[in-house]
Design a protein around this ligand. Sequence first.
Ligand code: C2E
Ligand code: CA
Ligand code: CA
Ligand code: CA
Length: 289
Amino acid sequence: AKSAGGNRYELADPEADARVITRHGLTTALPAALERGEFFIEYQPLVHLGDGGVRGAEALVRWLHPQHGVLGPDRFIPLAEHTGLIVPLGRWVLEQSVRQARAWRERYGDGDGGAADPLRINVNLSPCQLTHPGLVQDTVEILERTGVAPDALCLEVTESALIGADDGLLKPLRQLAEMGVDIALDDFGTGYSNLANLRRLPVSVLKLDRSFTQSMQRFPADPVDLKIVEGIVSLAHSLDLSVTVEGVETGAQADQLRVLGCDTAQGWYYARPGPPEHLHDLALADATG
Ligand code: C2E
Ligand code: CA
Ligand code: CA
Ligand code: CA
């Protein structure tokens, strides 16, 4: 209990206390959780809006906590960032995800002569990983160890992490982009970044934030939102960037976003994040018509 106004024995809000204990408890449990293998990854398909085909998946980490059950990343990623555990955790997520991409590739062929292009894998990077000096080398080593081509990997960085980014911060991303790794600007449209700045960033994909998709849900959709999305898409395409939309929950949203020129979509309408076998089934259904 925190002392307030000199009264050292004032009772604190028990709920607030429980939150503090949980937060503290979770933070101290993180390193052992990584060693014990309590983290796992769910994959959510990325679907081409033009032909409906599965192009790849985004890796989303979860924690199977022995007492609290499955915890979503919003519960523990901020704690892992705070303690620095995000670096080894992020490396683990990257390695697992790239291994999964390799498994998909073995199953569906490598693209030459196969029915479909190999499925690609999107992995989230936290700002702490971006400033960690080992990022490029770790990524190269993981790709080499698994035998996966750099162009099968897309690293997602939030728009806010790159606002005002200097050359020091952009250098590792440029190196990765030169190797053929795609860089996506995640949660785009929430960070007030200067659109002209896009040219300076080594990104090849814009991921439109879910808030835009949500505004397509209302009928009639806000005409200003429609204009904004249309403008972003045409700017992105003129800069050779592809546009992915997230949070697509209905067919009506998907139709609207297709008309507005978006390239790829992700959301519950297609599939919730799930185990890798789910993607096998979807991609298989896709390949066999
Ligand atoms: P994000 O990168 O923006 O990921 C999309 C989030 O939207 C995911 O939440 C996903 O489950 C959710 N989502 C997908 N489709 C829909 C939909 O149709 N409707 C709605 N309402 N939500 C949808 P999730 O899995 O809870 O992840 C939350 C955030 O945690 C992610 O947001 C990402 O920023 C972060 N995160 C997840 N995995 C990792 C990781 O391995 N490393 C790092 N650094 N961050 C991660
Ligand atoms: Ca993401
Ligand atoms: Ca996002
Ligand atoms: Ca988000």
